[in-house]
Design a protein around this ligand. Structure first.
Ligand SMILES: [Zn+2]
Length: 262
């Protein structure tokens, strides 16, 4: 059983992540379940320019794409709502979106780089209170840019002890060491394996336990063979020999089942 906790759909900029790529790659690589969020909920483009004037999506419609995808693939696809705290924010429409989505919604997702907003910003607060109310875990892109730093994810997690936070990428573009320490310091903070070197994943597990790491990949960001990347090949292969069987099961699906209530 394998659950990929970090998957996207959406066509924008240089990204072409069609729902059928998700389904085809899951079949090809034996992935049983994916937690998916919609990349077209970005608030700025890759260079932090405003989105093109003819941009079709708002917080509601971007996420309805994920909800529709999850509904069409019940039992294989769960939806994470990608929030737009800077240009839209938490409002009645957001609550309506979540209520309309119903049981296929499993959590919230933030991308501080594409929102140009750190997790410590005031605009994020109402989303996090809502996550606490609904029992949703929150997944956050983390990297070394000014908005996405692991320490901001840590601060948000510290301020909301009753919400579980997944620090995606464990600090993309870093050696992961600082982010691993932050994850180890809070009981409600976790990491995922998306573009994380297997040695770093192993370090987190050996230091703070297998319950701290979730398998995630950004599939299908590199197309239907994203899972063929050497990092993911290693998680499917050698990595298995380096942790106990029970720990491996936690990382590949058990932690996701527990945190996302699957
Ligand atoms: Zn991602």
């Amino acid at each position: 059983m394998i659950i990929d906790s970090h998957v996207h759909i959406g066509q924008f900029g240089r990204f072409d992540m069609r729902p059928e790529y998700v389904i085809n790659s899951m079949k090809k690589y034996g992935i049983d379940y994916s937690l998916v969020s919609s990349g077209v909920a970005v608030e700025f483009d890759e260079d932090h320019n405003p989105l093109p004037g003819d941009w079709k999506y708002d917080q509601y419609s971007a996420n309805m794409l994920t909800i529709d995808f999850a509904r069409r693939n019940e039992g294989r696809i769960g939806a994470l709502i990608w929030c737009r705290p800077k240009t839209e924010g938490f409002d009645e429409d957001f609550v309506r979106l979540v209520d309309d989505g119903g049981s296929c919604i499993k959590g919230l997702k933030f991308h501080p780089y594409y929102s140009m907003l750190p997790m410590t910003a005031l605009q994020i607060e109402p989303y996090l209170s809502f996550a606490a109310e609904r029992g949703f875990p929150v997944m956050i892109h983390s990297a070394d840019d000014e908005f996405s730093q692991p320490k901001f994810v840590y601060e948000a997690a510290k301020a909301h002890p009753n919400v579980n936070f997944i620090m995606a990428h464990i600090g993309l573009g870093t050696d992961n060491d600082d982010a691993i320490e932050l994850i180890g310091a809070l009981p409600n903070l976790y990491g995922d394996t998306a573009w994380v070197r297997p040695e770093s994943g192993l370090k987190l597990v050996k230091k703070y336990g297998a319950q701290k790491l979730l398998f995630g990949t950004d599939n299908p960001i590199d197309g239907e063979d994203t899972y063929a990347h050497p990092f993911y090949k290693a998680y499917f292969g050698e990595f298995k020999e380096q942790v106990s069987r029970g720990d491996y099961e936690l990382i590949m699906h058990g932690n996701a089942e527990r945190l996302f209530n699957l």
